[in-house]
Write a protein that binds this ligand. Structure first.
Ligand code: NAP
Ligand code: MG
Length: 491
């Protein structure tokens, strides 16, 4: 059968929605009634005396209460990190530092099942993802950076690499444990100490990591984990004794941070938003590409900064790709994140669901055509059906602005140049995907696309070894790999 003929076949998937439930057990997860601040190796009550609820977004049930750190608590945490840095950590032999980091990595593996369950309960992502992606990748980051700790002189030859001091780290809610690992592992390997603030809606796995850090006997104060909302984050950014800010989150808050630290000696890496294009050429393996599109935008409910939230399809294969995409979407299972069959779990918060719903309205008002899959969604909790928009204009807000949900904007193109122009035409530049069977086309595209990460015939693949970061309003600095070490060193 010729390739074109094969591509015109209409491919219908069997609906897999009749599967019997396969819920993961909650019994492995030990969630305390209350969580305090992890400062100087101990859990301390907040001086604010305030706690806030953390809920399960799939059921709206309260899981626990978490301490809210105020400026005095931030000050205590930074002081603990400073003392630990001056008195101990910067003098600790690199190979000793490595031992602690390896220990944390192994303990994450030992606690993997519990961490995965808590990540899913607190954040709403499918248990399959927490179990198979978030937790193992977090452990891998610690293993990877542990290996570098005593090899910094080889990584930066003749440049006498030295730690910066105390790092203030602020992370979002989409990969709570993994983002904590991305931030903490390279900082420790390079001899810095840390004050980390997780996102308000997803503090629990970072606090479990604090327990693991205690269990690993890391010297007190080397890692401090303080919970709270944006004001806690701002107090950390503005603290005078911080040497570096590592932030992952929205472009809006990233810009505020950049203003706040202008004129200080604080170093910064900012990992911000994205509006990535997945680009399918007519010569691409179309079924694989459709799987890549599905993974690119529906993985983790589209709560992914590098999500393939735009699809650019070459006009000659537009109809077949659209049909294959809709057919495949109809097989996706939306619902209980604790069920091992679930593909798409809960939206992280009511607030984020409101943002997504606002964009669904905007898209329709702009004249785009909306398609949602025909499935039931739970009555309680925050859920959104996988959605695609066709008939999208380049200037439409759904093609320009980050939605951070399971919503795909589809456009077509005729030539390589047109694909490049459209892909680059947003304020962001974090990632992109190219699907073609021609190596030369791949190289042409990757050299002209303005994006920090470009995947070829795949999407959303991560490895601690490869650097990650953006251009333009997607931020600056790189995390991961050798580049991720440089961001925590004076060289
Ligand atoms: P966000 O509102 O910017 O929040 C990120 C973190 O900053 C949270 O811990 C937040 O605390 C804290 N924060 C809020 N206001 C602050 C302030 N004025 N000063 C200091 N810290 C402050 O982002 P989000 O909505 O949680 O996360 C989604 C965004 O993150 C998306 O735009 C996404 O693209 C981006 N993201 C980027 C990457 C990347 O690597 N480039 C990776 C993941 C996510 P609270 O949550 O407690 O308010
Ligand atoms: Mg929660």
């Amino acid at each position: 059968m010729s390739a074109t003929k094969k591509n015109t076949l209409k491919l219908k998937f069997d609906s897999s929605r009749n599967l019997a439930p396969a819920p993961e057990s909650k019994s492995v997860a030990k969630i305390a009634d209350r969580y305090d601040l992890f400062i100087n190796g101990k859990f301390e009550k907040p001086s604010s005396k305030k706690y806030f609820d953390t809920i399960n977004p799939a059921t709206e049930e309260k899981l626990s209460v978490v301490a809210e750190a105020n400026a005095a608590d931030v000050n205590n945490a930074v002081a603990a990190a400073r003392t630990a840095y001056e008195k101990q950590w910067k003098k600790t032999a690199p190979k000793e530092r490595a031992k602690y980091i390896y220990r944390i990595a192994r303990l994450i593996q030992e606690h993997a099942r519990e961490l995965a369950v808590i990540e899913t309960l607190d954040g709403g992502k499918p248990i399959r993802e927490s179990r198979d992606f978030d937790v193992p990748t977090a452990a891998n980051h610690f293993f990877y950076y542990a290996g570098w700790a005593d090899k910094l002189d080889y990584a930066f030859p003749n440049r006498n690499p030295q730690p910066l001091g105390v790092a203030g780290q602020i992370i979002p809610w989409n990969f709570p444990l993994l983002m904590a690992a991305w931030k903490i592992a390279p900082a420790l390997a390079t001899g810095n100490t840390v004050v980390l603030k997780p996102a308000e809606t997803t503090s629990l796995t970072a606090l479990k990591l604090a327990e693991i850090i205690q269990e690993a006997d890391l010297p007190p104060g080397v890692v401090n984990i303080i919970t709270g909302a944006g004001t806690t984050g701002a107090a950390l950014v503005n603290h005078p004794d911080i040497n570096k800010i590592a932030f992952t989150g929205s472009t809006e808050v990233g810009k505020m941070i950049q203003k706040a630290i202008a004129g200080t000696n604080k170093k910064a890496t900012l990992e911000l938003g994205g509006k990535a294009a997945n680009i399918i050429f007519e010569d691409a393996p179309l079924d694989q590409a459709v799987e890549g599109i599905i993974n690119g935008i529906f993985f983790n409910q589209g709560h992914v900064c590098c999500a393939g939230s735009r699809l650019l399809v070459q006009e000659s294969v537009y109809k077949i790709v659209l049909q294959k995409l809709k057919d495949r979407m109809e097989t996706l299972i939306v619902g209980d994140p604790m069920d091992k069959n679930t593909d798409i779990g809960a939206i992280n918060s009511k607030q984020q669901l409101d943002v997504i719903n606002k964009y669904l309205k905007i898209g329709q008002q702009e004249g785009a055509e909306m398609f949602q899959i025909n499935c039931n969604i739970p009555k309680k909790g925050f859920f959104c059906r996988p959605t695609i928009f066709t008939n999208v204009a380049q200037s439409n807000r759904i093609a320009q602005e980050e939605i951070f949900g399971p919503v795909l904007a589809i456009q077509t193109f005729r030539t390589e140049d047109e694909a490049i122009e459209k892909a680059n035409n947003t304020p962001f530049g974090l990632s992109a995907g190219v699907w073609t069977n021609k190596g030369s086309k791949m190289f042409n595209m990757t050299s002209k696309l303005k994006a920090g990460v470009i995947w070829a015939n795949t999407y959303n693949k991560f490895d601690p070894v490869s650097p990650f970061g953006g251009y333009k309003e997607s931020g600056f600095g790189r995390e991961g790999g050798l580049h991720g070490l440089g961001a925590y060193l004076k060289v």
